[in-house]
Design a protein around this ligand. Structure first.
Ligand code: FES
Length: 59
């Protein structure tokens, strides 16, 4: 997974930004959403955001 890959195009949130949020303590979709604004506009990226979260949390 490329850190530069945009997961949420509405808010221009990348894989790396989601990873940073998790490194800073975010554990749920809601916490990542709060930290990065990913998924706050159209919602179409929600599954993809969750997938990235799962991947980093499971290591
Ligand atoms: S692509 Fe993420 S809210 Fe629209």
């Amino acid at each position: 997974m490329d850190n530069e890959e945009v997961v949420c195009s509405c808010m221009n949130v990348t894989v790396g930004m989601i990873k940073d949020a998790i490194d800073n303590g975010a554990r749920t979709f809601e916490e990542v959403q709060e930290a990065t604004s990913a998924g706050t506009v159209c919602g179409i990226c929600n599954d993809a955001v969750q997938e990235v979260i799962d991947k980093f949390i499971q290591g």
